[in-house]
Design a protein around this ligand. Sequence first.
Ligand code: FAD
Length: 439
Amino acid sequence: LPDNFFKDLARVDGLIIISSANEIQRYSRDFYDYSPILLEKLGHCCADFVVKPLAIDAVIAVAGICYKYSIPLTLRGAGTGNYGQCVPLQGGVVMLMGALNKIRKFDSFTGQVIVECGCLMGDLDNYLSTKGRQLRILPSTWRTASIGGFIAGGSGGIGSIRWGFLRDPGHLLALEVVTTEKDPKILQLNSRSSESLNHAYGTNGIITALTLATSSLIQWQQVVIDCENWSDAVHLLQSCANASVNLFLGSLLEKEIIEAIPNWSGVSHGKHRLLLLVAPDGVTTIERLSSSIGARFKDLGGEGRGNGLRELTWNHTTLHMRSIDSNWTYLQMLLPQNEVEAMNIIRKKWGKSILWHLEAVRQQGAQRIAALPLVRWQGEESLGELINDCKKVGAVIFNPHVISVEDGGLGIIDSDQVNTKKIFDPKGILNPGKLRGWT
Ligand code: FAD
């Protein structure tokens, strides 16, 4: 990197410059090692420099300096992404956004909150609970992930059973964004213009603050139901999701998963396990639905301070299984509406090298089943074949073994995202290599 670049950076007020090689390496990684494919592709990627702005003025200054010298600039929240979203493919600067963490404003009438990008979701959710509100959608990393990183790199999670996915209209209401140009601007975007930065991996603007919708606080009750038969369990998950009951989470894990991770999931009874977060007034209905198929119902009561059911679901299931045996990797998909039949076809060919982990979600207003199955790693070719087989039975794959925004989604280039980049990041220095539509 040019000498003058360092000199310019060193002059910025309120900017911590991190130059220890170990720290730089640590801040150049995320949780991409879930994917053996990404591990091989990204293992060598490393920033030249890491900076941590303590205020927005310093963000603006870094944006201007990186623009001036055409240095790649990759933003990092808490670094919990799974697809190398914040890995600097072309080196350059990684900018840590964690110090911008203020909750600026809460509107008690609408429940809307304005928060800076680096605020941890756990802190934000705790704050909201003091106002009788809560976040609508959280990743299972909700205690450690930043809100800016979730909007830029996440997609859904706990709450998706009721509130759908992050890109559905109504969640993200406005953004404050810094551009990377000769004289970087700080812009206030409305909900329409914010859409193209939602799930764009920080490739088309630096998010400094967000306005989000929230929902009323509910004291979620933790319910665990063990089922003998897989298709009964899937149908019970669907009946719970379709019932007139307020649910925040509906996950289903195959019995082999429960048996493998007793330290997290509790004692196995050799059965498939449903994990639900249910509003207090819905618990008896869920009990009635489970008794109709003779399932074993357990009400664990309210959520405590420790690891509850949340940390067993979404990508935490994968985390726990990999901690037992790192030969497990995973896939992400929306199952077709004949879920059980589709899973049976896959089981017939692939046996127990795929273990089903399902999440009930709302997709475009309809109740659907998403899956994050555990997959035994048998090489890239085998994974490709499995992906094709899942597509053949009608599943929509969101591939977690790829690095671009588009390939991890529906594979389609979003011209709004690319056009926004043309305006906010004309030199293309933000997180280069991640937006296929740009390259
Ligand atoms: P980072 O990983 O730091 O960044 C994510 C992306 O956002 C990167 O591209 C980065 O460049 C960009 N970015 C960060 N800050 C900004 C900013 N200020 N402006 C613009 N771009 C920015 N994800 C889900 O969606 N749902 C889940 O349930 C879920 N469960 C998970 C469970 C485990 C065990 C793990 C390891 C991951 C899981 N994830 C999940 C992925 C990840 O935890 C979430 O997406 C998380 O919200 C990312 O937040 P972060 O602060 O760590 O972001």
